[in-house]
Design a protein around this ligand. Structure first.
Ligand code: ZN
Length: 360
């Protein structure tokens, strides 16, 4: 329990925006190498771990993405403020007045997206949203040269949200950034750990992907490398159990079990795989819930379109406040997602995979 919580804390706190996944790659490798038969990296930086040596059995690919939404240094103004490019999908109001960490050649530099004081904003303009184009990061530099020379900031440096993991008031809720998708990365590690002593009738791959937030790029290249027969994506789901969000927008609730995605903008799951997973959940008395989103995209879509098309599905850990400095998850949803995927993997042999893959 404490070990898993520590792992979640470490993964949540790691600064690794899209395209700059090295800190998470390091954690994933450290954890997965003792649990895997082989570990390699694809040409974009996704880490591919294989559990067994078996050949001639179906390949099951799990995926979870290492990157988080972040920013990138665009340029430094003459008076030393950092202007930025966004990496991944942000709401403008989530960007303003937040703390950030810039990874520079000199190390970590701290800064904040400053906001104008209400004292100078006319009453009728106080409800207006600040646009990202107007924002800047204040790093305390005296001018451009100070930012470049003393702090080592240069165009292209990654900028990550700066917020720390905490257990929310002695509850089973974990508050932290980047659950999207460190929760998937952590789940893969724990699934490998659960199956370490099990002789599987399939070849299990755990793939920590890169660059999901800018268009599922790492899942595309790593699927080509693995050439899977079944794809199971592990993601953050969209919880809709707080004021202002409706069941029409999203359906998951914290604590009600892992989500099974029935629709999102990037894919529809394989129907037999969906039914198989729901059946396994019933047999194992694991609660599950369903999610139907009109937007959203996930790595399962790339797995699904690999080779000539394979059965794939997205399984989620419900998360509040995605793509911001602070998200909330429920520990039992994480544990149940692992239990479900472990039970599914144990049952996937050649005949089951053949049955699921075949269209009647
Ligand atoms: Zn994600």
């Amino acid at each position: 329990m404490a070990r898993v919580q520590r792992l979640l804390e470490e993964l949540s706190n790691a600064y690794a925006p899209t395209g700059f996944e090295a800190p998470v790659r390091e954690i994933f490798r450290r954890e997965i190498v003792p649990l895997a038969h082989s570990v390699e990296t694809d040409g974009l930086g996704s880490v591919v771990a294989r559990q067994s040596q078996l050949d001639g059995v179906p390949k099951i690919m799990l995926a979870g993405h290492m990157d988080e939404v972040g920013l990138m240094v665009k340029y430094i103004t003459l008076d030393g403020y950092v202007k930025f490019q966004t990496l991944g999908g942000w709401l403008d109001q989530s960007l303003i007045n937040q703390r950030w960490v810039i990874a520079t050649k000199n190390g970590h530099v701290h800064g904040l997206t400053g906001i104008k004081t209400p004292h100078v904003i006319p009453a009728d303009a106080r409800g207006k949203i600040f646009k990202r184009e107007e924002m800047f990061i204040d790093v305390g530099a005296t001018d451009k040269e100070d930012a470049e020379q003393r702090l080592g900031i240069q165009p292209g440096d990654p900028i990550a949200p700066d917020s720390k993991f905490q257990v929310l008031n002695d509850s089973p809720l974990y508050l932290g950034k980047a659950w999207d998708d460190r929760i998937g990365v952590a789940a893969m590690i724990e699934i490998f750990r659960s199956l370490k002593e099990t002789t599987l009738r399939n070849a299990l791959y755990g793939v920590a992907t890169v660059q999901e937030e800018v268009g599922l790029r790492g899942a595309q290249t790593s699927s080509t490398l693995v050439s899977p027969d079944i794809g199971i994506n592990l993601e953050s789901g969209v919880a809709a159990d707080y004021p202002g969000i409706t069941q029409d927008e999203a359906q998951e609730k914290l604590g009600d079990g892992p989500g099974i995605f029935l629709h999102d903008a990037s894919m529809l799951p394989n129907l037999k795989l969906r039914d198989f997973i729901v059946e396994v959940a019933k047999e194992e008395s694991i609660p599950v819930q369903y999610e139907i989103l009109s937007g959203y995209g996930e790595d399962g879509a790339q797995m699904q379109r690999s080779r000539s098309g394979i059965p794939a599905i997205n399984i989620s850990v419900p998360t509040r406040y995605l793509h911001s400095h602070n998200g909330v998850i429920h520990r039992s949803d994480f544990d149940n997602a692992i239990a479900l995927v472990v039970a599914v993997i144990k049952r996937l042999d050649q005949s089951e995979v053949d049955r699921i893959s075949k269209f009647d």
